[in-house]
Write a protein that binds this ligand. Sequence first.
Ligand code: ZN
Length: 348
Amino acid sequence: MTIPFFDGHNDTLLRLLDHPRIDKLDLFIKGSQEGHLDLPRARQAGMVGGFFAIFPPPLKTTPAAIAAAPDYTRGNLPPELAQSNALQSTNAMAALLLQLERAKVLNICRSAAEIRSTIKSSRLAALFHIEGAEAIDTDFRTFEVLYAAGLRSIGITWSRANAFGTGVPFRFPADPDIGPGLTDAGRQLVRLCDERGVLVDLSHLNAAGFRDVAAISTKPLVATHSNVHAVCPSTRNLLDWQLSAIRESKGVVGLNYATGFLRPDGRFDADTPLELMVRHVDALVEAVGEDGVALGSDFDGAMIPVEIGDVTGVPKLLQALLDKGYGEPLVRKIALENWLGVIERTIG
Ligand code: ZN
């Protein structure tokens, strides 16, 4: 039995962009054994779609290298990125996503209904997401252009500051309550997202920014790829009050597979047991309820447990939940239906 799943976060577009091969589309369509995610492996695993993140990298490097870089893991915020620089890489990754759609590999979905109909087709259902709003100017002109191209999910910040807010540095053990809240432009951006049906992603945002979004937004609160601070006290994970706010808003948390955000010792170590992922799911179900837990792998952006390996390992996680006594209906919710539900409540 293959349980279909939708994933809350991958950095595959950046992996393709950074890859030295010229035929970047083929790298995804025909697949390879590199990285975590491509079409053949997604199909094999039962992945029906997910948030495809566009992450403007600080330098010529990959998110995995950044997360592992001692400078950042020692707790310094990576430097801010100029809008022109972010826009350039955003255009390059958006072009790849649009080309994958043109190649009939995926649909860039603009609603939960479009995701549902795409799932019945032979294509992947992609949600166009930007991880950090650096590419967007404070007059929101780029917002209009990206929205027209299908953008429906915005992480206000990555782990750095920008014109809209401040992200958390990668610190362990530490609290995400570091730095100031949203700027005026950040508040405007949240209102605009609410108005236009764009999901606001809270993963990477600091606690003050989280509080601001919770106060401004009328939509469910969503953290696409974060875990439970009480289990792994990383700045990237959610405190009890944040989980309660997400529950109250009928929001969702996507389980992040990055070992440094799973392990109680905060180490990035591939030798991390599946059991620890199950422990975070247990804690998430407890904190946000059965409708509030989903998957948010961080494929192609993080060091993940060797037992998962790549997207083809996800069925092992779903099986581990079944083995733990989770009923099949609940596992199907965590795998797919909870994302569809919250996308419907935020985007339409
Ligand atoms: Zn991330």
